[in-house]
Write a protein of this length. Structure first.
Length: 383
């Protein structure tokens, strides 16, 4: 059987999702009871036996997880075993407009650097309240749709980045779970030629690459230098610049061991940063895409009237003509790129160790933080 290509369609999703939705409905309606222990709980009188059972189950699960996070406020991978419990209790708790949401059975989920940075509290000022289930990228099957969903239906195989704003209030319950609720506008149909593992490796990185090129107003016939071209975003910048935007020249930097990868992606010039300083080379470029955090050097090699895009230097001042941005997730980007993905002109780069099983998420995170990966890290199979 093709890796990640099918799920058990005979499983009774309706029964499962109805149960989860019921537990959610009760937990949301009783938020004040849980948050304020001094409040009178007599309001539960008169509920039927089914409602009481749902309430007890939902809050028992959430209370346990909250106690864990209060004890260890910096999220630890050792607690990964409770992720499915969290997702089961509050599948749609973070969705502002439930009618626009779809419920996915997660088949595969990819890790990104933002996942471990979020875990270490880098963005806690704008993050969701604890406890948090991590995960941005997902590929899965639609098992339930909201009343206002128009373009997707049950059984559709989809993928996307579930957080519209990567750092501003990302979802409390992410993709490292059995199920996740996602707004329809953040999803796209999975490319027909890709399995779930390959599709899960795409969304956040390829959308970031595309949005950066658009913001830089990159045009056909222009030249570009990609810093960290072998990284998750950089590898897509090379491919998109070459095969989608029509670049005249693509240069990229990497370590010695990854130079061949740059060339295979379409780079015309592969620069070994361990042997050469790119800012001292004679060539100038219309656009420099900084995916490593060297914007001060990048502005030295951009042509007059050109642009420097940074996805790393978001908290520091950037000298002109540089600018930084944070991705706004949008499924329409994935749909727009579908012909290039299905033709094979643009493809995900998977690390040789991928996929990691759900039980080995701790190992996957450790590997991600080692910076030794040569491609995306994907979690599959999911529970």
């Amino acid at each position: 059987m093709e890796r990640g290509s099918t799920v058990n369609k005979e499983k009774d999703y309706a029964e499962v999702t109805d149960c989860f939705s019921h537990a959610l409905e009760i937990s949301l309606s009783n938020t004040k009871k849980v948050e304020n222990e001094d409040e009178d709980e007599e309001g539960s009188d008169g509920e039927d036996e089914e409602d009481k059972s749902g309430l007890d189950l939902a809050w028992k699960m959430l209370d346990v997880s909250r106690a864990i996070w209060e004890k260890e406020p910096d999220y630890t991978i050792e607690k990964i075993n409770i992720l499915s419990v969290l997702a089961e209790v509050a599948l749609e708790g973070e969705i502002q407009n439930e009618g626009m949401a779809v419920l996915l059975k997660v088949v595969a989920a990819a890790l990104n650097p933002v996942d471990y940075k979020r875990r270490h509290g880098y963005f806690k000022a704008t993050d969701s309240p604890l406890p948090i289930v991590p995960g941005y990228d997902v590929a899965g099957v639609v098992v339930k749709v909201g009343s206002e969903v128009k373009g997707l239906k049950e059984g559709d195989e989809v993928y996307g980045d579930v957080n519209e704003k990567a750092l501003d209030g990302p979802k409390q319950f992410g993709t490292l779970a059995e199920y996740v609720a996602v707004e329809e506008r953040l999803l796209a149909l999975k490319p027909k030629n890709m399995d779930f593992v390959e599709a899960a490796a795409l969304p956040l990185a390829i959308e970031t690459a595309y949005e950066g090129l658009e913001r830089a107003d990159f045009k056909e016939g222009q030249s570009i230098l990609v810093l960290n071209g072998a990284g998750g975003v950089g590898s897509f910048v090379i491919q998109l610049a070459k095969h989608v935007f029509g670049a005249s020249k693509v240069a990229a930097t990497s370590s010695t061991t990854k130079l061949e990868l740059l060339e295979s992606l379409g780079a015309d010039i592969a620069i070994d940063y361990t042997k050469e300083n790119f800012e001292e080379l004679p060539d100038k470029y219309d656009v420099v895409y900084d995916a490593i955090g060297q914007v001060e050097k990048a502005v030295k090699v951009v042509k007059e009237g050109g642009s420097v895009v940074s996805i790393v230097s978001i908290t520091t001042s950037i000298p002109p003509p540089g600018f930084s941005f944070v991705l706004t997730s949008n499924g329409s980007i994935l749909t727009k790129l579908s012909p290039y993905l299905e033709s094979g002109k643009v493809k995900p780069i998977l690390d040789p160790k991928t996929p990691f099983s759900f039980e080995n998420v701790k190992e996957a995170y450790t590997y991600l933080e080692s910076h030794r990966a040569m491609g995306k890290i994907v979690i599959y199979p999911m529970p």
